[in-house]
Design a protein around this ligand. Structure first.
Ligand code: NAG
Ligand code: NAG
Ligand code: NAG
Ligand code: NAG
Ligand code: NAG
Ligand code: NAG
Ligand code: NAG
Ligand code: NAG
Length: 220
Protein backbone atom coordinates (compact mmCIF):
# COMPACT_ATOMS: atom_id res chain seq x y z
CA UNK A 1 0.00 0.00 0.00
CA UNK A 2 2.73 2.40 0.88
CA UNK A 3 4.38 2.00 -2.49
CA UNK A 4 1.16 2.60 -4.44
CA UNK A 5 0.77 6.02 -2.92
CA UNK A 6 4.37 6.90 -3.41
CA UNK A 7 3.90 9.33 -6.26
CA UNK A 8 2.20 11.67 -3.85
CA UNK A 9 5.49 12.60 -2.37
CA UNK A 10 6.47 16.11 -3.19
CA UNK A 11 7.18 17.02 -6.77
CA UNK A 12 8.73 20.26 -5.85
CA UNK A 13 9.61 22.95 -8.29
CA UNK A 14 10.08 25.80 -5.91
CA UNK A 15 12.05 23.21 -4.02
CA UNK A 16 15.10 24.19 -5.89
CA UNK A 17 15.07 27.76 -4.91
CA UNK A 18 14.47 26.75 -1.36
CA UNK A 19 16.93 23.93 -1.19
CA UNK A 20 19.41 26.13 -2.98
CA UNK A 21 18.78 28.76 -0.33
CA UNK A 22 19.19 26.17 2.37
CA UNK A 23 22.36 24.92 0.84
CA UNK A 24 23.64 28.44 0.48
CA UNK A 25 23.08 29.02 4.17
CA UNK A 26 25.01 25.88 5.01
CA UNK A 27 27.94 26.07 2.67
CA UNK A 28 28.10 29.58 1.39
CA UNK A 29 31.86 29.48 1.09
CA UNK A 30 32.06 26.64 -1.39
CA UNK A 31 29.18 26.91 -3.84
CA UNK A 32 29.12 29.30 -6.75
CA UNK A 33 27.09 29.74 -9.92
CA UNK A 34 30.35 30.17 -11.83
CA UNK A 35 32.04 27.09 -10.41
CA UNK A 36 32.60 25.43 -13.82
CA UNK A 37 33.09 28.57 -15.88
CA UNK A 38 36.71 27.80 -16.62
CA UNK A 39 36.71 24.01 -16.27
CA UNK A 40 33.49 23.08 -18.08
CA UNK A 41 32.03 26.23 -19.61
CA UNK A 42 29.38 24.42 -21.67
CA UNK A 43 27.90 22.35 -18.91
CA UNK A 44 24.65 24.35 -18.69
CA UNK A 45 23.97 24.20 -22.41
CA UNK A 46 24.79 20.48 -22.53
CA UNK A 47 22.30 19.83 -19.74
CA UNK A 48 19.67 21.99 -21.45
CA UNK A 49 20.18 20.16 -24.72
CA UNK A 50 19.89 16.72 -23.13
CA UNK A 51 16.79 17.61 -21.16
CA UNK A 52 15.16 19.00 -24.30
CA UNK A 53 16.03 15.77 -26.14
CA UNK A 54 14.45 13.73 -23.37
CA UNK A 55 11.36 15.92 -23.36
CA UNK A 56 10.65 15.03 -26.99
CA UNK A 57 10.00 11.45 -25.92
CA UNK A 58 8.71 11.95 -22.43
CA UNK A 59 6.45 14.86 -21.56
CA UNK A 60 6.61 14.01 -17.86
CA UNK A 61 10.36 14.27 -17.64
CA UNK A 62 10.51 17.90 -16.48
CA UNK A 63 8.38 17.16 -13.43
CA UNK A 64 10.21 13.88 -12.86
CA UNK A 65 13.65 15.51 -12.78
CA UNK A 66 12.33 18.21 -10.48
CA UNK A 67 11.01 15.62 -8.06
CA UNK A 68 14.21 13.60 -8.30
CA UNK A 69 16.25 16.58 -7.17
CA UNK A 70 13.92 17.29 -4.27
CA UNK A 71 14.10 13.67 -3.16
CA UNK A 72 17.87 13.88 -3.36
CA UNK A 73 18.14 17.14 -1.43
CA UNK A 74 15.71 16.28 1.36
CA UNK A 75 17.85 13.29 2.35
CA UNK A 76 21.20 14.43 3.66
CA UNK A 77 21.48 17.38 1.28
CA UNK A 78 21.88 17.66 -2.49
CA UNK A 79 24.64 15.08 -2.78
CA UNK A 80 23.37 12.89 -5.61
CA UNK A 81 22.90 10.00 -3.19
CA UNK A 82 19.57 9.10 -4.76
CA UNK A 83 21.50 8.07 -7.87
CA UNK A 84 23.51 5.40 -6.05
CA UNK A 85 22.63 1.76 -6.67
CA UNK A 86 23.00 -1.13 -4.27
CA UNK A 87 26.53 -2.23 -3.52
CA UNK A 88 28.35 -3.87 -0.64
CA UNK A 89 28.14 -0.60 1.30
CA UNK A 90 25.01 1.02 -0.19
CA UNK A 91 21.35 0.23 0.29
CA UNK A 92 19.87 2.25 -2.51
CA UNK A 93 17.47 5.11 -1.76
CA UNK A 94 15.75 4.20 -5.02
CA UNK A 95 14.00 1.34 -3.20
CA UNK A 96 12.61 3.48 -0.38
CA UNK A 97 8.82 3.71 -0.46
CA UNK A 98 8.64 7.34 -1.67
CA UNK A 99 10.93 6.45 -4.59
CA UNK A 100 10.26 2.82 -5.43
CA UNK A 101 8.30 2.66 -8.71
CA UNK A 102 7.87 6.44 -8.84
CA UNK A 103 11.29 8.11 -8.90
CA UNK A 104 12.15 8.43 -12.57
CA UNK A 105 14.55 10.18 -14.90
CA UNK A 106 17.65 8.18 -13.93
CA UNK A 107 18.34 7.32 -17.57
CA UNK A 108 18.19 10.97 -18.54
CA UNK A 109 20.64 11.84 -15.77
CA UNK A 110 22.94 9.10 -17.12
CA UNK A 111 22.67 10.57 -20.63
CA UNK A 112 23.47 14.05 -19.36
CA UNK A 113 26.44 12.71 -17.44
CA UNK A 114 27.76 10.94 -20.55
CA UNK A 115 27.38 14.09 -22.66
CA UNK A 116 29.09 16.22 -20.01
CA UNK A 117 31.93 13.70 -19.64
CA UNK A 118 32.35 13.84 -23.40
CA UNK A 119 32.95 17.57 -23.21
CA UNK A 120 34.95 17.79 -19.98
CA UNK A 121 35.85 14.53 -18.36
CA UNK A 122 35.93 14.05 -14.61
CA UNK A 123 34.96 17.63 -13.75
CA UNK A 124 31.25 17.93 -13.00
CA UNK A 125 29.68 16.07 -10.09
CA UNK A 126 26.52 14.04 -10.51
CA UNK A 127 24.98 16.10 -7.72
CA UNK A 128 25.51 19.26 -9.79
CA UNK A 129 24.16 17.57 -12.91
CA UNK A 130 20.98 16.76 -11.03
CA UNK A 131 20.76 20.35 -9.74
CA UNK A 132 21.25 21.74 -13.24
CA UNK A 133 18.76 19.29 -14.74
CA UNK A 134 16.17 20.37 -12.20
CA UNK A 135 16.78 24.06 -12.82
CA UNK A 136 16.50 23.59 -16.57
CA UNK A 137 13.33 21.51 -16.07
CA UNK A 138 11.67 24.23 -14.03
CA UNK A 139 12.79 26.84 -16.54
CA UNK A 140 11.40 24.84 -19.45
CA UNK A 141 8.16 24.45 -17.51
CA UNK A 142 8.01 28.25 -17.34
CA UNK A 143 8.49 28.11 -13.61
CA UNK A 144 10.65 30.43 -11.55
CA UNK A 145 14.26 30.91 -12.60
CA UNK A 146 17.25 31.06 -10.33
CA UNK A 147 20.96 30.94 -10.61
CA UNK A 148 21.87 27.41 -9.60
CA UNK A 149 24.83 27.16 -7.26
CA UNK A 150 27.46 24.62 -8.22
CA UNK A 151 30.44 22.88 -6.71
CA UNK A 152 28.66 20.10 -4.81
CA UNK A 153 30.58 16.93 -4.11
CA UNK A 154 28.96 13.59 -4.73
CA UNK A 155 27.94 11.63 -1.69
CA UNK A 156 29.38 8.18 -1.32
CA UNK A 157 26.75 6.95 1.11
CA UNK A 158 23.01 6.59 0.87
CA UNK A 159 20.41 6.56 3.61
CA UNK A 160 17.53 4.24 2.80
CA UNK A 161 15.84 4.92 6.14
CA UNK A 162 15.91 8.68 5.73
CA UNK A 163 14.64 8.37 2.15
CA UNK A 164 11.68 6.44 3.53
CA UNK A 165 10.88 9.44 5.69
CA UNK A 166 10.36 12.05 2.97
CA UNK A 167 7.24 14.22 3.38
CA UNK A 168 4.30 11.95 2.63
CA UNK A 169 0.71 12.28 1.47
CA UNK A 170 -0.64 11.10 4.81
CA UNK A 171 1.53 13.23 7.05
CA UNK A 172 -0.40 15.71 9.17
CA UNK A 173 0.65 19.34 9.48
CA UNK A 174 2.69 18.82 12.64
CA UNK A 175 4.65 16.01 11.04
CA UNK A 176 5.23 17.98 7.84
CA UNK A 177 6.42 21.00 9.82
CA UNK A 178 8.83 18.81 11.75
CA UNK A 179 10.22 17.11 8.67
CA UNK A 180 10.84 20.43 6.94
CA UNK A 181 12.19 21.97 10.11
CA UNK A 182 14.65 19.12 10.48
CA UNK A 183 16.26 20.13 7.18
CA UNK A 184 16.18 23.85 7.92
CA UNK A 185 12.99 24.70 6.02
CA UNK A 186 10.20 26.74 7.60
CA UNK A 187 6.43 27.12 7.04
CA UNK A 188 6.90 29.44 4.07
CA UNK A 189 9.10 26.83 2.43
CA UNK A 190 6.61 24.07 3.25
CA UNK A 191 3.72 25.94 1.66
CA UNK A 192 5.72 26.92 -1.42
CA UNK A 193 7.05 23.40 -1.91
CA UNK A 194 3.64 21.81 -1.46
CA UNK A 195 2.37 24.19 -4.13
CA UNK A 196 4.78 22.54 -6.55
CA UNK A 197 2.27 19.70 -6.83
CA UNK A 198 0.46 21.82 -9.39
CA UNK A 199 2.75 20.28 -12.00
CA UNK A 200 3.56 16.74 -13.00
CA UNK A 201 1.41 13.69 -12.63
CA UNK A 202 0.05 12.08 -9.50
CA UNK A 203 -1.28 8.61 -9.03
CA UNK A 204 -4.83 8.07 -7.90
CA UNK A 205 -5.10 5.44 -5.23
CA UNK A 206 -7.84 4.02 -3.11
CA UNK A 207 -7.45 1.74 -0.17
CA UNK A 208 -10.21 -0.03 1.66
CA UNK A 209 -9.99 0.19 5.41
CA UNK A 210 -12.09 -1.56 7.97
CA UNK A 211 -12.95 0.54 10.97
CA UNK A 212 -15.77 0.73 13.48
CA UNK A 213 -17.45 -2.24 11.85
CA UNK A 214 -17.61 -0.56 8.45
CA UNK A 215 -15.57 -0.75 5.30
CA UNK A 216 -14.55 2.63 4.01
CA UNK A 217 -12.56 3.86 1.04
CA UNK A 218 -9.64 6.15 1.69
CA UNK A 219 -8.03 7.69 -1.31
CA UNK A 220 -6.40 10.57 -2.97
C1 NAG B 1 13.07 8.17 -27.88
O1 NAG B 1 12.34 6.98 -28.05
C2 NAG B 1 12.81 6.18 -29.13
C3 NAG B 1 11.85 5.02 -29.32
O2 NAG B 1 11.55 4.41 -28.11
C4 NAG B 1 14.24 5.72 -28.80
O3 NAG B 1 14.75 4.96 -29.86
C5 NAG B 1 15.11 6.94 -28.59
O4 NAG B 1 16.40 6.53 -28.16
C6 NAG B 1 14.52 7.84 -27.54
N1 NAG B 1 15.31 9.07 -27.48
C7 NAG B 1 15.69 9.62 -26.33
C8 NAG B 1 16.47 10.87 -26.43
O5 NAG B 1 15.41 9.13 -25.26
C1 NAG C 1 18.99 -3.50 -2.69
O1 NAG C 1 19.35 -4.09 -1.48
C2 NAG C 1 18.27 -4.25 -0.57
C3 NAG C 1 18.83 -4.69 0.77
O2 NAG C 1 19.78 -5.67 0.60
C4 NAG C 1 17.27 -5.22 -1.17
O3 NAG C 1 16.16 -5.35 -0.31
C5 NAG C 1 16.79 -4.65 -2.51
O4 NAG C 1 15.93 -5.57 -3.15
C6 NAG C 1 17.96 -4.36 -3.42
N1 NAG C 1 17.44 -3.64 -4.58
C7 NAG C 1 17.81 -3.91 -5.83
C8 NAG C 1 17.20 -3.07 -6.90
O5 NAG C 1 18.58 -4.80 -6.09
C1 NAG D 1 9.63 -2.01 -4.84
O1 NAG D 1 8.57 -2.30 -5.71
C2 NAG D 1 8.58 -3.61 -6.23
C3 NAG D 1 7.50 -3.74 -7.27
O2 NAG D 1 6.28 -3.24 -6.81
C4 NAG D 1 8.41 -4.59 -5.07
O3 NAG D 1 8.44 -5.90 -5.56
C5 NAG D 1 9.53 -4.37 -4.09
O4 NAG D 1 9.34 -5.19 -2.95
C6 NAG D 1 9.60 -2.93 -3.63
N1 NAG D 1 10.81 -2.73 -2.84
C7 NAG D 1 10.78 -2.35 -1.58
C8 NAG D 1 12.12 -2.22 -0.92
O5 NAG D 1 9.73 -2.11 -0.99
C1 NAG E 1 31.37 24.67 -26.10
O1 NAG E 1 30.38 25.00 -27.05
C2 NAG E 1 30.88 25.79 -28.12
C3 NAG E 1 29.69 26.20 -28.97
O2 NAG E 1 28.78 25.15 -29.10
C4 NAG E 1 31.91 24.99 -28.90
O3 NAG E 1 32.43 25.77 -29.94
C5 NAG E 1 33.03 24.57 -27.96
O4 NAG E 1 33.93 23.72 -28.62
C6 NAG E 1 32.48 23.85 -26.74
N1 NAG E 1 33.56 23.64 -25.78
C7 NAG E 1 33.76 22.47 -25.18
C8 NAG E 1 34.89 22.43 -24.19
O5 NAG E 1 33.07 21.49 -25.39
C1 NAG F 1 15.38 29.01 -19.99
O1 NAG F 1 14.42 28.81 -21.01
C2 NAG F 1 14.51 29.70 -22.07
C3 NAG F 1 13.43 29.33 -23.06
O2 NAG F 1 12.20 29.25 -22.40
C4 NAG F 1 15.87 29.60 -22.75
O3 NAG F 1 15.98 30.59 -23.75
C5 NAG F 1 16.94 29.78 -21.72
O4 NAG F 1 18.20 29.55 -22.32
C6 NAG F 1 16.76 28.81 -20.59
N1 NAG F 1 17.77 29.03 -19.58
C7 NAG F 1 18.39 28.02 -19.00
C8 NAG F 1 19.39 28.36 -17.97
O5 NAG F 1 18.16 26.86 -19.26
C1 NAG G 1 19.98 7.79 8.27
O1 NAG G 1 18.83 8.52 8.62
C2 NAG G 1 18.31 8.18 9.89
C3 NAG G 1 16.98 8.88 10.14
O2 NAG G 1 16.49 9.56 9.09
C4 NAG G 1 19.32 8.58 10.95
O3 NAG G 1 18.81 8.25 12.22
C5 NAG G 1 20.62 7.85 10.70
O4 NAG G 1 21.60 8.30 11.60
C6 NAG G 1 21.10 8.08 9.28
N1 NAG G 1 22.22 7.19 9.03
C7 NAG G 1 23.37 7.64 8.60
C8 NAG G 1 24.44 6.61 8.37
O5 NAG G 1 23.58 8.83 8.36
C1 NAG H 1 0.32 13.86 13.64
O1 NAG H 1 0.90 12.62 13.32
C2 NAG H 1 1.79 12.14 14.33
C3 NAG H 1 2.49 10.91 13.78
O2 NAG H 1 1.58 10.02 13.22
C4 NAG H 1 1.01 11.86 15.59
O3 NAG H 1 1.88 11.40 16.61
C5 NAG H 1 0.35 13.16 16.04
O4 NAG H 1 -0.48 12.90 17.15
C6 NAG H 1 -0.48 13.75 14.92
N1 NAG H 1 -0.91 15.08 15.34
C7 NAG H 1 -2.14 15.53 15.12
C8 NAG H 1 -2.41 16.92 15.57
O5 NAG H 1 -2.99 14.84 14.59
C1 NAG I 1 11.17 31.34 6.31
O1 NAG I 1 12.49 31.66 5.96
C2 NAG I 1 12.58 32.64 4.94
C3 NAG I 1 14.04 32.80 4.57
O2 NAG I 1 14.83 33.01 5.67
C4 NAG I 1 11.95 33.94 5.43
O3 NAG I 1 11.98 34.89 4.40
C5 NAG I 1 10.50 33.67 5.81
O4 NAG I 1 9.92 34.82 6.37
C6 NAG I 1 10.44 32.54 6.83
N1 NAG I 1 9.02 32.22 7.09
C7 NAG I 1 8.54 32.02 8.30
C8 NAG I 1 7.09 31.68 8.39
O5 NAG I 1 9.22 32.13 9.31
Amino acid sequence: MASSSSSYWLTASLAFILTATLLLRESQAQLSSTFYDSTCPNVSSIVLDQVQQAQKNDTRILASLTRLFFHDCFVNGCDGSILLDNSSTIVTEKDAAPNNNSARGFGVVDNIKAAVENSCSGIVSCADILALAAEVSVNLSVGPKWSVLLGRRDGTTANFTAAGNLPGPRDNLTTLQKKFNDVGLNDTDLVALSGAHTFGRAQVWVSLQYSNGRMKAVGG
